[in-house]
Structures are given as C-alpha cells and as structure tokens.
Write a protein that binds this ligand. Structure first.
Ligand code: ADP
Ligand code: MG
Length: 224
C-alpha cells in the first residue's frame, strides 16, 4: 500500500475577478503520510479553503494532479468523484453542520447508509470509541459548541476515510474547547492511521500537529 494518503503535485488554481484571472495556487505540491496530522496556516484569502476543497475532490484544479491513496483523481470521471468523496474523505467544517432534525446517532447512521464501505462498525460503537456515547440520543440544539464539533469528528471518521479534512474547526470555540477538538482529531488520526489536514488560524493548537505549512502568495512553505 501507498505510504501517502494524499499526494498533490504542481496544483494550479485560478479564479476570475471580473475580467481578470488571478492565481490562487501556483504549483502547490504536498504529500501527507498515513497517520500524519498536518496544519495549513496563512492569511485570510490566501487559498487555504481552495486547497482543502481540491484535496477533498470538491473542486478540480486547472493544472496538476491529486492522488488519494491509490486513486489518481484526474484519471477518474467526474461522476466517480462523489464516490471518492464518500469513501475516502471525511470533512469537518468550521460550523459542525449537523442536521437539526436528527439525533447524534442518526447523523452517523446517515453517513453510514450513504457509503458502501467495507466492514462496518455501528454508529454507537463509533461514538463510544470517541467517548461520546452519552450524546447518542441528543439533538444538536441540546449540545454545546464543543460537543457538536466532537460529534462532527465522529461523523467524519464514520465512513472509514483515508483522509480527514478540517477547515478552521476551532473557529467558533474558546481556547479550551478548541484544544479539546483538535486533540480528538489528533487522537483518532493516530489511532486509525489516517491522514488529517487542518486549516487553522489558531496558533494555540499548532503544537498538536506533526507538520505545519504556510500558504502565502500562491505557494506552500513548510514551517515545521
Ligand atoms: P482562505 O480560505 O485562505 O481564506 P479561499 O481559498 O477561500 O482563501 O480564497 C482564496 C481567494 O480566492 C480569495 O481572494 C477569494 O476571494 C477567492 N475566491 C474563492 N473562491 C472563489 C470563487 N469561487 N470565485 C472567485 N474567487 C474566489
Ligand atoms: Mg477559508
């Protein structure tokens, strides 16, 4: 099996601003190993979310290639991208994005029902393994911000993805809760030997990651 869970090579992405094209990502390359927890930092508007969307097969690059595990995304038809996403990627957003009308257990069940992956553990087993079993029957409106974000982490791991992508997962939390959330991402990434890539502004959680990259002026530079 491939040592790398994610491989980006010379990724270029341009957007249009009125008449003009501007380059957000200018030949960005990045390899992330299984079990590695990576942070991407950089100024607002530097392209961090764009980069994460490309890694998450939500957005296609103008040039360059993306490989998720053994799958070279550009070699696949666009209609297969949904399956790659469902089976290989777990997303954690800034705002948990839980569905208000489902209990915690049902949120995880929904993810499980949509993916046709390998051996399955039950939503309850997943929640218990993350120490969230007592939340299983709760609705999002009855939980704190930190609890909701931890449920979102459990949901991201539910389809047994190779890659976890988190876009500013601590943005709506205070320092202590933010740290707990990032600690949980780290713990599960290591335990399950997945690759996790987190975009963050939160300097305080950077000591919890293995590798730090800064995105600025279209290029990615390793800092740690
Ligand atoms: P970050 O997450 O680092 O704040 P983004 O990836 O969201 O940065 O955006 C990078 C730049 O690209 C910003 O200038 C943003 O306004 C611009 N941008 C993002 N998405 C689009 C789009 N769909 N069309 C045009 N410009 C976009
Ligand atoms: Mg962003």
């Amino acid at each position: 099996m491939n040592e790398y869970a994610v491989q980006l090579k010379d990724v270029v992405k341009c957007y249009k601003d009125g008449e003009q094209d501007f380059t957000v990502l200018n030949k960005v390359s990045l390899n992330v190993k299984q079990g590695e927890f990576v942070a991407i930092v950089g100024p607002s508007g530097s392209g961090k979310s764009t980069l994460l969307s490309i890694m998450g097969v939500l957005l296609s690059p103008d040039q360059g290639s993306i490989q998720i595990g053994e799958t070279v995304v550009s070699e696949k038809k666009q209609k297969e991208w949904t399956n790659i996403r469902r089976e290989q990627i777990g997303f954690i957003f800034q705002n948990h994005q839980l569905l208000p009308f489902l209990t915690v257990e049902e949120q995880l069940k929904l993810v499980q029902d949509m993916s046709k992956t390998k051996e399955k553990i039950s939503p309850m087993q997943m929640l218990e393994s993350l120490g969230l079993g007592d939340l299983s029957k709760k609705y999002p409106s009855k939980m704190s911000g930190g609890q909701k974000q931890r449920v979102a982490i459990a949901r991201a791991f539910m389809n047994d993805p190779q890659v976890i992508l988190a876009d500013e997962p601590t943005a709506s939390l205070d320092g202590e809760r933010g740290r707990q959330v990032v600690e949980l991402i780290r713990q599960e990434t290591k335990k399950r030997n997945k690759a996790a890539i987190m975009v963050t502004h939160d300097e305080r959680v950077l000591e919890l990651v293995d590798t730090i990259y800064r995105l600025e002026n279209g290029t990615l530079v390793r800092e740690k």
